[in-house]
Write a protein that binds this ligand. Structure first.
Ligand SMILES: *Cc1c(COP(=O)(O)O)cnc(C)c1O
Ligand SMILES: [Zn+2]
Length: 471
């Protein structure tokens, strides 16, 4: 292992997902799809000729050198497992310092035995969501090929992350596309504060996504949406860190919210590669959780039988469903804005991940999401609504007997609590009108775990009495 640490980037390339096509492209090309068949691209490696450690615990040694930025980063500490970038081109802002918490209180809510439920707290990233894992990778690729502007469409967190990498590194200008109305203030405020050129178009996320692709193509702007295969390379490391925190033992379940399906796709790729490299000996199962108001994956996978079929997916099922969505002019609608997406761009990669990790998909209501979110908060780890879909989904799978009480389960908390304070305050509010205004129209009718503010006159005796009565 003498050559370890000398990552060779000439052994990385881009490869069409479809085995029937399999066209490869240079790692230095900027593409979001295969020229020949229009399919998604993977970043692939010539592993046989790359220096890969023979045990995952090798990576622990890098902790001793954590004063070096590339050892400190929770993404680049695993550089040997995403060796597409030259070390001197890597742009890191200290992403991936995220802890895995054993949280029995939430485990009990889900119905798991004590010591079985872990929450991976990705809200602790520099911009407050897991997106930084992918952004450092895509941004590094953009920098490598000399890009000066980078763009994305976003429900908020991708734009916050891109804006942060741009202003922290001063290497690029951020151009972000958002839909009208749906972005939370926490996220929008980040993009504005970090100085991104913010384009708010009339339409929803799916519309913004369509436009950003067209505009990037026309103006030659580097696109960092999750169609960008390099982002998924960075997101693989979330799983490496989960394993690291579990002393390199593979858990029984990984439960993750599904929006554009980049995370679930990246997780599947991570485990597949670790298995191929002989670094793990078993695969975890994967559960992807949709919001009921944005449930394309659930509908296709659980109800209409969409399967990857080892690279030969029955895509006609997808075309038919999208035609139905068009005919009904259906729009995604959920309080979990980060997963309010009807046309997930990584659908094919996600069903590949579901195949290799014996996966399941569930949908949970906004009510279930907010109740789960309140439980996460009450147990000391805040998250935004979309993140809590993982906890709500784990609870459902436990109730259905798919997850056993003794299974070791890791739920991914994708974004920080402060991203969307409006939803949190509305849930806990004493003001019924405010509750109805924000949550009622989503079909949320009760706040089972509300921690209501106590209203009291500005009078010392009454304040004292209120505290005595309530504590
Ligand atoms: C982006 C995002 C998601 C969805 O992740 P995908 O990879 O698009 O499926 C979930 N939660 C939060 C907080 C996000 O920012
Ligand atoms: Zn192709």
């Amino acid at each position: 292992m003498a050559t370890l640490g000398n990552v060779k980037t000439d052994l990385a390339y881009q490869k069409c997902l479809s085995p029937a096509c399999g066209t490869t492209y240079d790692v230095g090309e900027v593409r979001t799809a295969c020229d020949r068949c229009g399919g998604l691209l993977d970043v692939a490696y010539d592993w046989d000729r790359l220096p890969v450690p023979d045990s995952l615990s090798w990576f622990e040694r890098k902790w001793a050198r954590r004063n070096e930025p590339l050892c400190r980063s929770g993404v680049w500490r695993f550089h040997e497992l995403l060796p597409f970038a030259a070390p001197e081109k890597i742009v890191t802002i200290g992403e991936g310092q995220t802890p895995l918490h054993l949280t029995d209180g939430v485990g009990e809510y889900i119905g798991l035995d004590a010591g079985k439920l872990y929450l991976e707290y990705e809200g602790m990233n520099p911009s407050g969501s897991f997106k930084d894992n992918g952004m450092t990778a895509a941004f590094t690729h953009a920098h490598t090929i000399g890009a000066k502007r980078a763009a994305c469409a976003s429900t908020g967190n991708t734009s916050a992350s891109l804006a942060l990498y741009c202003c922290a590194s001063k290497l690029m200008q951020a151009v972000i596309f958002i839909g009208s109305g749906k972005i939370s203030y926490g996220k929008l405020s980040q993009a504005l504060d970090y100085g991104a050129l913010t384009v708010q178009i009339e339409g929803d996320f799916d519309d913004a996504m369509q436009r950003v692709r067209e505009v990037s193509e026309q103006l030659g702007i580097y696109l960092v949406n999750s169609v960008n295969p390099f982002r998924l390379e960075g997101q693989k490391t979330i799983m490496f860190r989960v394993l690291e925190s579990l002393d390199w033992e593979v858990p029984d379940w990984i439960v993750v919210p599904g929006g554009n399906l980049g995370n679930s796709s990246a997780f599947g790729k991570a485990f597949h590669e670790l298995h191929e490299l002989g670094l793990i000996d078993r695969m975890p199962r994967l559960a992807v959780i949709n919001a009921a108001g944005a449930d394309t994956l659930y509908e296709l996978y659980e109800n209409r039988g969409l399967r990857y079929n080892h690279g030969h997916p029955n895509t006609e099922v997808v075309d038919k469903y999208y035609a139905e969505l068009d005919a009904a002019a259906a729009k995604a609608d959920t309080i979990a804005s980060a997963i309010e997406i009807n046309r997930p761009v990584n659908l094919m990669k996600c069903i590949r991940a579901l195949e290799c990790c014996d996966g399941v998909v569930r949908e949970v209501t906004d009510q279930e999401i907010l109740d789960a979110k309140a439980q996460v908060g009450a147990n000391g780890l805040g998250c935004e609504p979309a993140s809590a879909a993982s906890v709500a989904g784990a609870k459902m799978l436990r109730e259905q007997g798919v997850i056993a009480p003794s299974d070791r389960v890791v739920c991914i908390l994708t974004g920080h609590q402060l991203k969307d304070p409006t939803a949190t305050v509305a849930y806990h509010t004493t003001d019924q009108d405010e509750f109805e205004r924000v949550l009622g129209k989503r079909g949320v009718s009760r706040a089972a775990f509300a921690n209501r503010a106590v209203k009291v006159a500005n009078d010392l005796a009454e304040i004292v009495q209120a505290i005595q009565l309530n504590s």
